[in-house]
Design a protein around this ligand. Structure first.
Ligand SMILES: NC(=O)C1=CN([C@@H]2O[C@H](COP(=O)(O)OP(=O)(O)OC[C@H]3O[C@@H](n4cnc5c(N)ncnc54)[C@H](O)[C@@H]3O)[C@@H](O)[C@H]2O)C=CC1
Ligand SMILES: O=C(O)C1=N[C@H](C(=O)O)C[C@H](O)C1
Length: 231
């Protein structure tokens, strides 16, 4: 497939390695220094774009792709206040878009385990919820996109919690940590903890690459759950 990489940092480079191994053609590599080249990407020269940039650039990068009907997969976090606008634009333009706060298979299974536990714990008010995310020191946003998705999953299943902003999420930035998320219910008598720990960025990159292959001939707004757990 002809793949454009928008954002060529840690994630863009890891995805490039996977694309090379699969013999894909890289139509464009866009980063801060050549950001104006974004406008050279068209549906004629590119099958699908993968966008991993930063919270400030994501919305305009995604809008460009959608306006020009270039299917686009986005993993950038920290711009989600504009998600509904992007979704609406994609529907209006009949383009294709997928966002995931985390593209690893393990985390997406972990999201389901988190919801199961939240549902089971909803009657037991003696348990205090503790949420923690740990990432590398270069990360710009906090809490992580994954932690926000976990919080949304808890809100969906447990009416003790109403809004993400009112939930205490502890964010730690330590060395080169690729991404660790902990959910813990603690009472005086015992505690239950679930944890996902990424060993590297490969799981995120593989998931985003698979999402691009899956999305490239589709129209519509999709989640990674559609790809992993859909019919
Ligand atoms: N959804 C997921 O599975 C994952 C999401 N992320 C998120 O993806 C984003 C990128 O992560 P990393 O690659 O680790 O960050 P990074 O900082 O290594 O790379 C970001 C790149 O975007 C470039 N950039 C800045 N302005 C740009 C513009 N206007 N157009 C294109 N590129 C531009 C920067 O120069 C940099 O090279 C972050 O928001 C991070 O939280 C990271 C890992 C997994
Ligand atoms: O910035 C990162 O590195 C990561 N960001 C995503 C997030 O904010 O959840 C996904 C993963 O945890 C790595």
């Amino acid at each position: 497939m002809k793949l454009a990489l928008i954002g060529y940092g840690k994630m863009g480079k890891t995805i490039h390695e996977i694309a090379k191994e699969n013999g894909d053609e890289i139509s464009f590599i866009i980063d801060k220094e050549n950001a104006e080249d974004l406008k050279k990407i068209t549906a004629g020269n590119t099958d699908v774009a993968i966008e991993f940039s930063n919270p400030e650039s994501a919305f305009s990068n995604l809008s460009y792709c959608i306006n020009n009907r270039i299917p686009v997969v986005s993993g950038t976090t920290g711009w989600l206040n504009k998600y509904d606008e992007v979704k609406q634009l994609c529907e209006e333009k009949v383009s294709a878009f997928m966002y995931a706060s985390n593209f690893s298979i393990g985390v997406n299974v972990f999201f389901e385990v988190n919801k199961f536990l939240a549902e089971k714990m909803k009657k037991y008010n003696d348990y205090k919820l503790y949420m923690e995310e740990i990432h590398h020191t270069e990360k710009l946003d906090a809490p992580s996109g994954t932690a926000i998705t976990l919080a949304e999953g808890i809100i969906e299943k447990n009416d003790r919690f109403q809004v993400v902003e009112s939930m205490d999420i502890v964010s730690k930035r330590i060395g080169k940590t690729p991404g660790t998320h902990i959910i813990k219910y603690e009472s005086e008598v015992d505690s239950i903890e679930i944890k996902h720990e990424a060993n590297s960025r490969l799981g995120f990159a593989k998931g985003a690459y698979e999402a691009a292959k899956w999305l490239k001939d589709k129209k519509g707004v999709y989640s990674i759950q559609d790809m992993l757990f859909g019919e």
